[in-house]
Every structure is written in structure tokens, then in C-alpha cells.
Design a protein around this ligand. Structure first.
Ligand code: NI
Length: 241
């Protein structure tokens, strides 16, 4: 059930039996030579919709722009300052809480969002009094079934950014936008957060240790099915808690 295609009356009726909502959060940033700029938002949105379909949970519209300052050396990237993004998260939670939502389940597609959403959650808890709000953050690419499948399919070539798994997932969701680009595996990389120029100097084509030339849409379906099955169970327990 998608919030965007519900009426207010349907939302009011939903709140009669559940106070849970799934909130996909993404980013709009470069994803290497063959990865779509919208990769993180596309993945989070597809996974959240899958959770909604599997559980009957209500799914909010994806928040498509995140904290991507370190990707600003590449055209097309959009970023919100951490303070702006924190306010966006906080205001989204508090507006839904005003209507009676109490269980906020974030499905995140982008590592740069993690500290910001955690801070927003801390602020909401500080302001929420005793209304019983609970927020949970799930980073889909860190879930054990995803990690296991990425290791099986790509080994060390999964990488850290513009990963083979996330590119596969977008290829499954948008088969008409698969980009064929010749590439070698990127050299192994460690996590790095500099400014946009420093990031581009260190990672000239945008990849961090990945080889998304191995990505396939059929892999993407396996990633999506595995993570939706995992998170649907997790969401159901959370919404009922
Ligand atoms: Ni990504």
C-alpha cells in the first residue's frame, strides 16, 4: 500500500489497525561508469514497495536526495547538507506522528545517510515526550542474505560504492536503462570521505573497489527477493512491537 496513492480516508482506516510505516530513503549521486544516478533511491524504493506488498504495510514516497557531499565531484549528483537532511527526516517523522503513526521503519539505500538519520531519530526521541515513537533504520546492503549473495556472485569485486549488487538491482527494476560499458575491476578500496574533488582524484570513475561490469538483471531479482523476504519479517515484528 503506497501512501501516495491512498486517500486520507484510507490512511485513517489503516491507522485503525496499524501505526507502522515504511520510509525508503535514497540519494541522487554518481554510481560509477554504468550505475544510474538514482541507484540508491531506486533500490530503497523497490525494496520498500516489496515490504509493503508482502506485509500490507503502508509505504511512504521515497526521499530521493540524501547526504552525498563526497560525490559532488561528478555531474548530476545532488546533496543536502547534513543539517538540512536532518530537518527533512525529523519533519517527516513528526508530521506522520501527528496523525498517529508510531513505528517508523527506514529502508536506507545510501551509507552517507546513516549518521544523519540516526541524529534525526535522536532528536525526535528527545522531543517526542512519552508518545511511544519507535524508529528503526535498516541498511539493505548490510543485511546478511545480501552480503552472502554478493559474496557468492562477485567475491571481492562487490566493492564499497557503485557495487555490483546495487547496479544489478537497478538493472532488474529498470531493464530499459541498462548501460553497457567496458571496464576492468576497480582496485581494492578502503572507505573514504573527503570533499568532492578529493574523492574524484582518488576514485576517477566513481567506483570504490567494485566491478559492476559483472552486474546482471537476473542477479538483481535475486537480491530484491532475498532482502524483501528478510526485511518483511523484520518489519512485521517491529510494527507489532
Ligand atoms: Ni549506492
Amino acid at each position: 500500500m503506497q501512501l501516495a496513492t491512498c486517500t486520507w480516508a484510507e490512511v485513517e482506516s489503516y491507522l485503525g489497525h496499524s501505526t507502522g510505516i515504511v520510509l525508503p530513503i535514497g540519494s541522487t549521486e554518481q554510481h560509477g561508469p554504468n550505475g544510474l544516478i538514482g541507484t540508491d533511491a531506486i533500490c530503497a524504493d523497490a525494496i520498500a514497495r516489496g515490504i509493503g506488498d508482502a506485509t500490507g504495510g503502508l509505504v511512504a514516497p521515497v526521499l530521493p536526495v540524501g547526504m552525498a557531499q563526497h560525490h559532488m565531484g561528478f555531474p548530476g549528483t545532488m546533496t543536502l547538507r547534513p543539517s538540512t537532511l536532518l530537518s527533512v527526516f525529523r519533519d517527516c517523522i513528526t508530521s506522520l506522528a501527528q496523525h498517529g503513526f508510531r513505528r517508523f521503519y527506514f529502508v536506507n539505500g545510501h551509507g552517507g545517510n546513516i549518521p544523519v538519520v540516526q541524529s534525526a531519530i535522536a532528536e525526535v526521541y528527545g522531543e517526542s515526550g512519552d508518545r511511544g515513537l519507535l524508529c528503526e533504520l535498516r541498511n539493505w546492503w548490510l543485511r546478511p542474505p545480501v552480503v552472502a549473495l554478493a559474496r557468492e556472485l562477485y567475491g571481492e569485486h562487490e566493492g564499497i560504492h557503485a557495487t555490483a549488487s546495487e547496479v544489478s538491482l537497478t538493472q532488474h527494476v529498470f531493464p530499459d536503462y541498462i548501460k553497457r560499458v567496458d571496464m576492468e575491476p576497480a582496485p581494492p578500496a578502503a572507505m573514504f570521505f573527503g570533499d568532492g574533488a578529493a574523492f574524484r582524484r582518488r576514485f576517477p570513475d566513481g567506483r570504490m573497489g567494485s566491478h559492476p561490469g559483472l552486474s546482471r538483471p537476473e542477479h538483481g531479482k535475486r537480491f530484491l527477493d532475498a532482502v524483501v523476504a528478510d526485511l518483511a519479517k523484520d518489519y512485521e515484528a517491529f510494527a507489532a512491537s
